[in-house]
Ligand binder design. Structure first.
Ligand SMILES: NC(=O)c1ccc[n+]([C@@H]2O[C@H](COP(=O)([O-])OP(=O)(O)OC[C@H]3O[C@@H](n4cnc5c(N)ncnc54)[C@H](OP(=O)(O)O)[C@@H]3O)[C@@H](O)[C@H]2O)c1
Length: 328
Protein backbone atom coordinates (compact mmCIF):
# COMPACT_ATOMS: atom_id res chain seq x y z
CA UNK A 1 0.00 0.00 0.00
CA UNK A 2 1.17 3.54 -0.62
CA UNK A 3 -0.01 7.11 -0.07
CA UNK A 4 -1.12 9.24 -3.01
CA UNK A 5 -3.20 12.22 -4.05
CA UNK A 6 -6.09 10.95 -6.15
CA UNK A 7 -8.29 13.06 -8.43
CA UNK A 8 -11.73 11.69 -9.18
CA UNK A 9 -14.59 12.96 -11.26
CA UNK A 10 -18.07 11.51 -11.42
CA UNK A 11 -21.72 12.50 -11.24
CA UNK A 12 -21.94 11.85 -7.49
CA UNK A 13 -18.88 13.65 -6.05
CA UNK A 14 -18.20 15.97 -8.99
CA UNK A 15 -14.50 16.88 -9.30
CA UNK A 16 -12.39 16.25 -6.21
CA UNK A 17 -8.81 15.64 -5.11
CA UNK A 18 -8.09 13.76 -1.89
CA UNK A 19 -5.23 12.19 -0.07
CA UNK A 20 -5.66 8.42 0.11
CA UNK A 21 -3.98 5.02 0.30
CA UNK A 22 -3.72 2.86 -2.82
CA UNK A 23 -2.71 -0.71 -3.54
CA UNK A 24 0.34 -1.31 -5.72
CA UNK A 25 -1.83 -3.56 -7.89
CA UNK A 26 -3.73 -0.42 -8.94
CA UNK A 27 -0.63 1.18 -10.51
CA UNK A 28 -0.92 1.68 -14.27
CA UNK A 29 1.07 -0.23 -16.86
CA UNK A 30 4.75 0.50 -17.37
CA UNK A 31 8.10 -1.27 -17.47
CA UNK A 32 9.67 0.58 -14.53
CA UNK A 33 8.28 0.64 -10.99
CA UNK A 34 9.80 3.13 -8.63
CA UNK A 35 9.73 4.52 -5.16
CA UNK A 36 9.11 8.23 -5.36
CA UNK A 37 11.51 10.21 -3.19
CA UNK A 38 10.26 13.71 -3.98
CA UNK A 39 7.81 15.49 -6.25
CA UNK A 40 6.82 19.12 -6.73
CA UNK A 41 3.79 21.30 -7.15
CA UNK A 42 3.76 23.11 -10.49
CA UNK A 43 1.18 25.48 -11.94
CA UNK A 44 -0.16 22.60 -14.04
CA UNK A 45 -0.46 20.34 -10.97
CA UNK A 46 -2.41 23.09 -9.22
CA UNK A 47 -4.78 23.31 -12.22
CA UNK A 48 -5.19 19.51 -12.09
CA UNK A 49 -5.84 19.36 -8.33
CA UNK A 50 -8.32 22.24 -8.28
CA UNK A 51 -9.96 21.31 -11.60
CA UNK A 52 -9.52 24.95 -12.72
CA UNK A 53 -7.97 23.87 -16.03
CA UNK A 54 -8.59 20.82 -18.24
CA UNK A 55 -5.29 19.15 -17.37
CA UNK A 56 -6.49 15.70 -16.34
CA UNK A 57 -7.42 13.55 -19.33
CA UNK A 58 -8.30 10.31 -17.50
CA UNK A 59 -9.92 9.55 -14.14
CA UNK A 60 -9.06 8.55 -11.50
CA UNK A 61 -5.67 10.30 -11.78
CA UNK A 62 -2.66 10.69 -9.54
CA UNK A 63 -1.36 14.20 -10.35
CA UNK A 64 2.29 15.26 -10.39
CA UNK A 65 4.16 16.11 -13.60
CA UNK A 66 7.57 15.79 -11.91
CA UNK A 67 9.19 13.13 -9.81
CA UNK A 68 12.57 11.94 -8.63
CA UNK A 69 12.77 8.38 -7.39
CA UNK A 70 14.59 5.09 -7.02
CA UNK A 71 13.91 2.15 -9.34
CA UNK A 72 12.47 -0.88 -7.52
CA UNK A 73 11.84 -3.14 -10.52
CA UNK A 74 12.59 -2.69 -14.20
CA UNK A 75 12.02 -4.55 -17.45
CA UNK A 76 13.57 -1.60 -19.33
CA UNK A 77 17.07 -2.22 -20.72
CA UNK A 78 18.03 1.30 -19.61
CA UNK A 79 17.35 1.00 -15.88
CA UNK A 80 17.88 -1.48 -13.05
CA UNK A 81 16.77 -1.71 -9.41
CA UNK A 82 18.51 0.91 -7.31
CA UNK A 83 18.99 3.47 -10.11
CA UNK A 84 18.03 7.04 -9.25
CA UNK A 85 15.86 8.60 -11.95
CA UNK A 86 14.06 11.79 -12.88
CA UNK A 87 10.86 12.42 -14.77
CA UNK A 88 9.45 15.68 -16.17
CA UNK A 89 6.28 15.76 -18.25
CA UNK A 90 5.42 13.25 -21.01
CA UNK A 91 1.75 13.60 -20.00
CA UNK A 92 2.43 12.07 -16.59
CA UNK A 93 -0.03 13.52 -14.05
CA UNK A 94 -2.35 14.25 -16.99
CA UNK A 95 -3.00 10.91 -18.72
CA UNK A 96 -0.73 8.56 -16.74
CA UNK A 97 -0.45 8.41 -12.93
CA UNK A 98 2.16 10.88 -11.70
CA UNK A 99 4.52 11.85 -8.94
CA UNK A 100 2.30 13.01 -6.07
CA UNK A 101 2.43 9.51 -4.59
CA UNK A 102 4.92 7.23 -2.86
CA UNK A 103 5.03 4.82 -5.83
CA UNK A 104 4.87 5.16 -9.62
CA UNK A 105 4.96 2.81 -12.59
CA UNK A 106 6.13 4.41 -15.82
CA UNK A 107 7.43 3.86 -19.32
CA UNK A 108 11.23 3.70 -19.04
CA UNK A 109 11.58 5.87 -22.18
CA UNK A 110 10.23 8.82 -20.17
CA UNK A 111 12.92 8.58 -17.50
CA UNK A 112 16.39 10.04 -17.43
CA UNK A 113 19.07 9.20 -14.88
CA UNK A 114 19.09 11.66 -11.99
CA UNK A 115 21.42 14.32 -13.40
CA UNK A 116 24.90 14.28 -11.92
CA UNK A 117 25.35 16.96 -9.29
CA UNK A 118 21.75 16.92 -8.06
CA UNK A 119 20.13 15.10 -5.14
CA UNK A 120 16.52 13.99 -5.66
CA UNK A 121 15.35 16.95 -3.58
CA UNK A 122 17.47 19.44 -5.51
CA UNK A 123 16.25 18.04 -8.83
CA UNK A 124 12.69 18.54 -7.66
CA UNK A 125 13.46 22.04 -6.40
CA UNK A 126 14.41 22.74 -10.03
CA UNK A 127 11.62 20.55 -11.47
CA UNK A 128 9.71 21.33 -14.63
CA UNK A 129 9.85 25.06 -13.79
CA UNK A 130 13.65 25.22 -13.74
CA UNK A 131 14.03 22.87 -16.68
CA UNK A 132 11.58 25.02 -18.69
CA UNK A 133 13.48 28.16 -17.72
CA UNK A 134 16.65 26.47 -19.03
CA UNK A 135 14.92 25.45 -22.29
CA UNK A 136 13.97 29.13 -22.64
CA UNK A 137 17.54 30.31 -22.00
CA UNK A 138 18.78 27.78 -24.58
CA UNK A 139 16.26 29.17 -27.10
CA UNK A 140 17.59 32.72 -26.57
CA UNK A 141 21.15 31.44 -27.04
CA UNK A 142 20.18 29.48 -30.16
CA UNK A 143 18.77 32.67 -31.66
CA UNK A 144 21.95 34.57 -30.96
CA UNK A 145 20.93 36.64 -27.92
CA UNK A 146 24.12 37.48 -26.00
CA UNK A 147 24.67 39.40 -22.74
CA UNK A 148 26.26 42.35 -24.62
CA UNK A 149 23.05 43.03 -26.54
CA UNK A 150 21.18 44.52 -23.59
CA UNK A 151 18.37 43.88 -21.18
CA UNK A 152 16.38 40.65 -20.92
CA UNK A 153 12.82 40.83 -19.60
CA UNK A 154 11.56 38.02 -17.35
CA UNK A 155 7.81 38.09 -16.61
CA UNK A 156 6.09 36.31 -13.70
CA UNK A 157 9.44 36.68 -11.98
CA UNK A 158 8.35 35.49 -8.54
CA UNK A 159 6.90 32.27 -9.96
CA UNK A 160 8.72 28.99 -10.48
CA UNK A 161 9.74 29.48 -14.11
CA UNK A 162 10.40 33.18 -13.53
CA UNK A 163 12.64 32.67 -10.49
CA UNK A 164 14.84 30.18 -12.34
CA UNK A 165 14.92 32.30 -15.48
CA UNK A 166 16.19 35.28 -13.43
CA UNK A 167 18.80 33.16 -11.62
CA UNK A 168 20.09 31.42 -14.77
CA UNK A 169 20.27 34.54 -16.93
CA UNK A 170 22.03 36.54 -14.21
CA UNK A 171 24.60 33.77 -13.68
CA UNK A 172 25.26 33.78 -17.44
CA UNK A 173 25.98 37.51 -17.35
CA UNK A 174 22.74 38.92 -18.78
CA UNK A 175 21.17 42.13 -17.42
CA UNK A 176 17.82 40.94 -16.10
CA UNK A 177 14.72 43.10 -15.68
CA UNK A 178 12.18 41.21 -13.57
CA UNK A 179 8.49 42.00 -13.96
CA UNK A 180 6.28 41.15 -10.99
CA UNK A 181 3.00 41.96 -9.28
CA UNK A 182 4.75 41.51 -5.94
CA UNK A 183 7.22 44.41 -5.66
CA UNK A 184 7.56 43.61 -1.95
CA UNK A 185 9.63 40.59 -3.09
CA UNK A 186 12.23 42.86 -4.70
CA UNK A 187 14.98 41.75 -2.31
CA UNK A 188 14.38 38.11 -3.26
CA UNK A 189 14.56 38.92 -6.98
CA UNK A 190 17.72 40.98 -6.50
CA UNK A 191 19.29 38.09 -4.61
CA UNK A 192 18.53 35.86 -7.60
CA UNK A 193 20.30 38.40 -9.81
CA UNK A 194 17.68 40.81 -11.15
CA UNK A 195 19.18 44.22 -11.90
CA UNK A 196 15.83 46.03 -12.02
CA UNK A 197 12.31 45.23 -10.91
CA UNK A 198 9.27 46.57 -12.80
CA UNK A 199 5.56 46.46 -11.97
CA UNK A 200 3.76 43.86 -14.06
CA UNK A 201 0.87 46.33 -14.48
CA UNK A 202 3.06 48.22 -16.97
CA UNK A 203 2.83 45.18 -19.28
CA UNK A 204 -0.51 43.55 -18.55
CA UNK A 205 -2.94 45.98 -20.23
CA UNK A 206 -3.62 46.34 -23.98
CA UNK A 207 -0.73 48.26 -25.61
CA UNK A 208 0.46 49.55 -28.98
CA UNK A 209 1.53 47.25 -31.84
CA UNK A 210 5.07 48.64 -31.57
CA UNK A 211 6.66 50.31 -28.57
CA UNK A 212 10.09 51.80 -27.85
CA UNK A 213 12.69 49.09 -28.45
CA UNK A 214 14.03 47.89 -25.11
CA UNK A 215 14.45 44.11 -24.75
CA UNK A 216 17.24 42.12 -26.42
CA UNK A 217 15.34 39.03 -25.29
CA UNK A 218 12.34 37.99 -23.22
CA UNK A 219 11.33 34.92 -21.21
CA UNK A 220 7.56 35.09 -20.75
CA UNK A 221 5.44 32.73 -18.69
CA UNK A 222 2.25 34.82 -18.77
CA UNK A 223 0.93 35.06 -22.36
CA UNK A 224 -1.95 37.46 -23.14
CA UNK A 225 -1.28 41.25 -23.22
CA UNK A 226 2.01 40.81 -21.37
CA UNK A 227 3.42 38.67 -24.18
CA UNK A 228 2.03 41.05 -26.81
CA UNK A 229 3.61 44.09 -25.08
CA UNK A 230 6.89 42.23 -24.59
CA UNK A 231 7.05 41.49 -28.34
CA UNK A 232 6.14 45.10 -29.16
CA UNK A 233 9.12 46.40 -27.14
CA UNK A 234 11.68 43.82 -28.29
CA UNK A 235 14.65 45.26 -30.13
CA UNK A 236 15.44 44.65 -33.78
CA UNK A 237 16.40 40.97 -34.25
CA UNK A 238 15.60 40.04 -30.64
CA UNK A 239 13.96 36.83 -29.42
CA UNK A 240 10.98 36.24 -27.16
CA UNK A 241 10.70 32.80 -25.57
CA UNK A 242 7.07 32.04 -24.77
CA UNK A 243 6.44 29.26 -22.28
CA UNK A 244 3.34 29.99 -20.22
CA UNK A 245 -0.16 31.35 -19.85
CA UNK A 246 -0.48 32.49 -16.23
CA UNK A 247 -2.19 35.70 -17.38
CA UNK A 248 -4.08 34.10 -20.26
CA UNK A 249 -3.92 31.80 -23.25
CA UNK A 250 -4.79 34.63 -25.65
CA UNK A 251 -2.16 36.47 -27.67
CA UNK A 252 -3.68 39.84 -28.63
CA UNK A 253 -0.76 41.06 -30.76
CA UNK A 254 -0.03 42.22 -34.30
CA UNK A 255 2.60 40.91 -36.71
CA UNK A 256 4.41 44.28 -36.59
CA UNK A 257 7.32 43.26 -34.30
CA UNK A 258 7.96 40.16 -36.41
CA UNK A 259 7.80 41.70 -39.88
CA UNK A 260 9.21 45.16 -39.11
CA UNK A 261 11.85 44.29 -36.51
CA UNK A 262 12.64 40.67 -37.35
CA UNK A 263 11.68 39.59 -33.84
CA UNK A 264 11.57 35.81 -33.28
CA UNK A 265 8.89 34.21 -31.15
CA UNK A 266 10.32 30.95 -29.83
CA UNK A 267 7.83 28.41 -28.45
CA UNK A 268 8.96 26.36 -25.47
CA UNK A 269 7.47 22.96 -24.63
CA UNK A 270 8.85 20.91 -21.77
CA UNK A 271 6.30 18.07 -21.92
CA UNK A 272 7.12 16.33 -25.20
CA UNK A 273 10.63 17.77 -25.55
CA UNK A 274 12.90 15.04 -27.02
CA UNK A 275 15.05 13.09 -24.56
CA UNK A 276 18.38 14.34 -25.90
CA UNK A 277 17.30 17.98 -25.46
CA UNK A 278 16.14 17.29 -21.91
CA UNK A 279 19.43 15.72 -20.99
CA UNK A 280 21.25 18.68 -22.53
CA UNK A 281 19.07 21.13 -20.56
CA UNK A 282 19.73 19.28 -17.30
CA UNK A 283 23.46 19.21 -18.04
CA UNK A 284 23.36 22.98 -18.50
CA UNK A 285 21.38 23.32 -15.25
CA UNK A 286 24.11 21.34 -13.47
CA UNK A 287 26.70 23.71 -14.94
CA UNK A 288 24.96 27.08 -14.77
CA UNK A 289 22.63 27.04 -11.79
CA UNK A 290 23.92 28.30 -8.47
CA UNK A 291 22.65 25.49 -6.22
CA UNK A 292 23.14 27.73 -3.20
CA UNK A 293 20.05 29.65 -4.37
CA UNK A 294 17.78 26.59 -4.19
CA UNK A 295 16.99 27.09 -0.50
CA UNK A 296 16.02 30.67 -1.27
CA UNK A 297 13.72 29.64 -4.12
CA UNK A 298 12.18 26.54 -2.53
CA UNK A 299 9.87 25.57 0.29
CA UNK A 300 9.18 21.95 1.25
CA UNK A 301 5.69 20.63 1.99
CA UNK A 302 4.23 17.19 2.81
CA UNK A 303 2.00 15.20 0.45
CA UNK A 304 -1.24 16.16 2.20
CA UNK A 305 -0.39 19.86 1.96
CA UNK A 306 -0.30 19.69 -1.84
CA UNK A 307 -4.10 19.98 -2.01
CA UNK A 308 -4.52 23.23 -0.02
CA UNK A 309 -1.35 24.71 -1.54
CA UNK A 310 -2.73 24.23 -5.08
CA UNK A 311 -5.25 27.04 -4.51
CA UNK A 312 -2.56 29.29 -3.01
CA UNK A 313 -0.33 28.71 -6.03
CA UNK A 314 -3.04 29.59 -8.54
CA UNK A 315 -3.79 32.73 -6.50
CA UNK A 316 -0.17 33.80 -7.11
CA UNK A 317 0.65 33.56 -3.38
CA UNK A 318 3.53 31.10 -3.65
CA UNK A 319 7.01 32.50 -4.14
CA UNK A 320 9.39 30.33 -6.14
CA UNK A 321 8.92 26.57 -5.88
CA UNK A 322 7.25 23.98 -3.71
CA UNK A 323 9.02 20.64 -3.25
CA UNK A 324 6.73 17.85 -2.07
CA UNK A 325 8.23 15.26 0.27
CA UNK A 326 5.80 12.43 -0.52
CA UNK A 327 6.99 10.45 2.48
CA UNK A 328 6.15 13.17 4.99
N1 LIG B 1 5.73 25.42 -21.78
C1 LIG B 1 5.98 24.54 -20.83
O1 LIG B 1 6.42 23.42 -21.05
C2 LIG B 1 5.74 24.98 -19.41
C3 LIG B 1 6.47 24.43 -18.36
C4 LIG B 1 6.29 24.94 -17.07
C5 LIG B 1 5.34 25.93 -16.84
N2 LIG B 1 4.62 26.39 -17.90
C6 LIG B 1 3.62 27.46 -17.70
O2 LIG B 1 4.31 28.61 -17.27
C7 LIG B 1 3.46 29.37 -16.42
C8 LIG B 1 4.18 29.64 -15.11
O3 LIG B 1 4.40 28.41 -14.43
P1 LIG B 1 5.03 28.43 -12.97
O4 LIG B 1 5.19 27.02 -12.55
O5 LIG B 1 6.17 29.36 -12.93
O6 LIG B 1 3.79 29.08 -12.18
P2 LIG B 1 3.81 29.95 -10.83
O7 LIG B 1 4.89 29.51 -9.94
O8 LIG B 1 2.41 29.96 -10.34
O9 LIG B 1 4.20 31.42 -11.36
C9 LIG B 1 3.37 32.18 -12.16
C10 LIG B 1 3.66 33.65 -11.88
O10 LIG B 1 2.95 34.41 -12.84
C11 LIG B 1 2.52 35.63 -12.27
N3 LIG B 1 1.06 35.69 -12.42
C12 LIG B 1 0.14 34.82 -11.93
N4 LIG B 1 -1.11 35.17 -12.30
C13 LIG B 1 -0.97 36.30 -13.07
C14 LIG B 1 -1.89 37.14 -13.76
N5 LIG B 1 -3.20 36.93 -13.74
N6 LIG B 1 -1.41 38.20 -14.43
C15 LIG B 1 -0.07 38.46 -14.47
N7 LIG B 1 0.84 37.69 -13.83
C16 LIG B 1 0.40 36.62 -13.15
C17 LIG B 1 2.96 35.62 -10.81
O11 LIG B 1 4.25 36.23 -10.77
P3 LIG B 1 4.50 37.61 -9.95
O12 LIG B 1 3.97 37.40 -8.58
O13 LIG B 1 5.99 37.79 -10.00
O14 LIG B 1 3.76 38.69 -10.68
C18 LIG B 1 3.15 34.13 -10.53
O15 LIG B 1 4.08 33.89 -9.50
C19 LIG B 1 2.17 28.58 -16.29
O16 LIG B 1 1.24 29.05 -17.23
C20 LIG B 1 2.60 27.17 -16.64
O17 LIG B 1 1.55 26.38 -17.10
C21 LIG B 1 4.79 25.95 -19.16
Amino acid sequence: MFKAILIEKDDVVGYRARSTTLDEAQLPEGDVTLRVDCSTLNYKDALAITGKGPVVRKFPMVPGIDLAGTVEASASPDFKAGDQVLLNGWGVGEQHWGGLAQKARLDGRWLIPLPRGFTARQAMAVGTAGYTAMLSVLALERHGVTPEQGEILVTGANGGVGSFAVALLARLGYQVVASTGRPEQADYLKKLGAGEIIDRATLSEPGRPLARERWAGVIDSLGSHTLANACAATRYGGTVATCGLAQGMDFPATVAPFILRGVTLAGIDSVMCPRAERIAAWERLARDLDLALLDEITREIGLDEAIPMAGELLAGKVRGRLVVDVNR
